[in-house]
Design a protein. Structure first.
Length: 480
C-alpha cells in the first residue's frame, strides 16, 4: 500500500462523489410543433435558439409521435407506453384513471430524489399527473381520480389563459392574434419567467424540470415584430395545397378526416388566407423559440449547462394546408406524425450530429432513466436511445408506430415507419391502405400500395401493422 501514489488514493476517494452526482434534466415541450425549424432545413422558419441548442446534442431526423393529438401523445411519451396500453385516445382522459400503477416520467425522477418541477403544459390542461411534481402540480378537473397529496401549485396552464388585448379575425376558426408589447401577458412568456425563477431557486439540487410552451398551437399568437419577419406575399403554398381537406387520388378516404380540427373549419381557405396563416404559425413558432432562448440563457448564466441534459420535443406534427388540412388530429401523414426532437447531453462527444434512425417518442422515458443512472421503471415499452447518442449512425432496425382512433375505443388507423417506407392501414370509414416512399416522394403524392413491384413490402408491413394492432381493431375487422 505504501507504494501506491498519493494521487491515486485521492482519485479513489473522489470516485464515489463523482458517481453520486446527479445530472439535471430540462425537458422542453412545444405544442403542435412540426419539424419546421431551421435546423431541420426549413427555408421559412426563424428559430435561432433551438437551432443553436441542436448543435449541442444529437438531432433526430426521423422521430415520430405515437398519437397525433396533445393528451394522447403526451400520455404515451410520459408513461413510456403505447396508446393501446394507456387507453388514452382523446384530450379528456387521464392515464391514471385506468392505470393507477403507471409511474410517469417526472414521478419516477421524483421518487429517485429529484425535485420535479412543472411549468406550463406538460401533460394536458385539467389532466395533470399532480403527484408527479414537487412544484407546480395542478389539481385534475377532467379525471375521476383525485390527487392524493397537496402540491405547491402554479398559475393556470398557459393554454387555459385568455389573452384580452388582441387583434382577432372575425371568426374563431380563422384567427391569428397579435400580442401587445413583447407578449408579457401571454402564458408562454410567463412560463419562461417561471422557469428562470425556478432555475435560480433550485440550482443547487438535482432537478427534473418540465417546461411546456403552448405555441404554435392554434390560434397562432405572437407580438407584431415576429410577424414582420416575413413578407406574406412571398410565402409559398404547399405543392398539394387544397381549399379544404381533400383525399388525394389513389388514396383511401380514411387517410384524411373530412373536417379540420383547428383552422378553416367547414369552409374553404383562400390562397391569401393560407399564406397569412402559415406566416402566423411561423411567427408563433419564432415567439416560442425566443422564450426558449430566455430559459437557456439563464441555464448558462447559472453555470448549469454542463450538468443538465436538455431535451426538446414537439408533441406531434401539424399540417399547414397540405392536402387542405389545418390540424394534426387524425393525421397519419408525415407532417402530422413526425416531430422535432433532440437530446443534448453535455457528457457525450457527438454534439451537433444528426441521427437518421427511426425513433419513437415513448423511447425518451427509458433514455433519460439510463442517462441519469436510475433504476428502470416497470412496464416501459420503449427502448433507450443512449446507444444512438454515442453513435448516431448505429444500425437501428426498430420501426415507429402512430395510431388514430375515431371512436375512442379502437384503432381506426395505424401507421408504421421504417427506414425506407411509411405504410398505413385504415379501418371503418374509408378503409384501405397506403404505401409511401419518402425519399422519392417527400410530398406524399403517390400511393404505391397497388404496385406489384412492392407486393412483398406491403405484405411485410401489413403484417407488422396487424401484429401491433392486435386486440385494438374494430370488431368488424376481426379475422380479416
Amino acid at each position: 500500500m505504501r507504494r501506491i501514489p498519493v494521487f491515486l488514493i485521492a482519485v479513489a476517494l473522489l470516485l464515489p462523489a463523482f458517481a453520486a452526482e446527479k445530472m439535471n434534466v430540462l425537458l422542453i415541450i412545444s405544442d403542435d410543433m412540426r419539424a419546421e425549424l431551421g435546423c431541420y432545413a426549413s427555408q421559412l422558419a426563424k428559430t435561432p435558439n433551438l437551432d443553436r441548442l441542436a448543435t449541442t446534442g444529437v438531432k433526430f431526423d426521423r422521430a415520430y409521435c405515437q398519437y397525433p393529438l396533445c393528451n394522447a401523445s403526451r400520455a404515451s411519451m410520459l408513461t413510456g407506453r403505447h396508446p393501446g396500453t394507456t387507453g388514452v385516445y382523446g384530450n379528456r382522459t387521464w392515464f391514471g384513471d385506468a392505470h393507477p400503477d403507471f409511474v410517469s416520467l417526472p414521478k419516477h425522477f421524483k421518487n429517485n430524489g429529484y425535485t420535479s418541477i412543472r411549468i406550463g403544459k406538460i401533460f394536458h390542461g385539467g389532466i395533470d399527473d399532480t403527484d408527479a411534481w414537487s412544484l407546480g402540480g395542478q389539481p385534475r378537473t377532467l379525471a375521476g381520480v383525485a390527487a392524493k397529496s397537496a402540491v405547491k401549485t402554479a398559475p393556470a396552464d398557459p393554454d387555459e389563459e385568455k389573452e384580452v388585448s388582441v387583434e382577432v379575425r372575425d371568426r374563431k376558426s380563422d384567427q391569428w392574434i397579435v400580442l401587445k408589447g413583447k407578449g408579457e401577458a401571454h402564458g408562454d412568456y410567463k412560463s419562461a419567467d417561471r422557469a428562470i425563477q425556478y432555475l435560480r431557486e433550485h440550482k443547487d439540487e438535482p432537478f427534473f424540470m418540465g417546461c411546456g410552451f403552448v405555441k404554435p398551437h392554434s390560434p397562432p399568437e405572437a407580438p407584431q415584430s415576429f410577424y414582420d419577419q416575413w413578407d406574406v406575399a412571398k410565402i409559398p403554398l404547399p405543392v398539394d395545397f387544397a381549399p379544404r381537406p381533400t383525399v388525394p387520388e389513389g388514396f383511401p378516404a380514411g387517410s384524411i378526416r373530412p373536417k379540420n380540427a383547428d383552422l378553416f373549419i367547414d369552409r374553404d381557405a383562400s390562397p391569401d388566407e393560407a399564406r397569412q396563416m402559415i406566416r402566423a404559425y411561423l411567427a408563433a413558432s419564432s415567439f416560442m423559440d425566443w422564450n426558449v432562448g430566455r430559459v437557456l440563457a439563464e441555464l448558462d448564466a447559472l453555470g448549469l449547462r454542463q450538468k443538465t441534459i436538455v431535451v426538446f420535443w414537439g408533441d406531434h406534427g401539424y399540417q399547414l394546408g397540405e392536402k387542405g388540412k389545418w390540424s394534426k388530429a387524425g393525421s397519419l401523414w408525415e407532417q402530422g406524425t413526425r416531430t422535432p426532437f433532440f437530446i443534448c447531453d453535455p457528457r457525450e462527444q457527438t454534439a451537433g450530429e444528426t441521427s437518421s434512425r427511426v425513433v419513437q417518442m415513448l423511447d425518451l422515458y427509458p433514455t433519460l432513466v439510463e442517462l441519469c443512472g436510475l433504476t428502470s421503471a416497470q412496464g416501459l415499452e420503449g427502448r433507450s436511445l443512449a446507444p444512438l447518442l454515442k453513435n448516431p449512425a448505429l444500425e437501428w432496425d426498430h420501426p415507429a408506430y402512430t395510431v388514430w382512433s375515431e371512436d375512442g375505443k379502437n384503432f381506426s388507423g395505424v401507421m408504421v415507419r421504417t427506414e425506407q417506407w411509411r405504410y398505413a392501414e385504415f379501418y371503418g370509414r374509408g378503409p384501405g391502405a397506403m404505401l409511401l416512399e419518402p425519399a422519392k416522394d417527400p410530398n406524399e403524392l403517390t400511393n404505391r400500395v397497388a404496385d406489384p413491384k412492392h407486393a412483398d413490402v406491403v405484405a411485410r408491413l401489413s403484417s407488422l401493422v396487424k401484429d401491433y394492432a392486435k386486440g385494438h381493431l374494430p370488431p368488424s375487422t376481426q379475422g380479416k
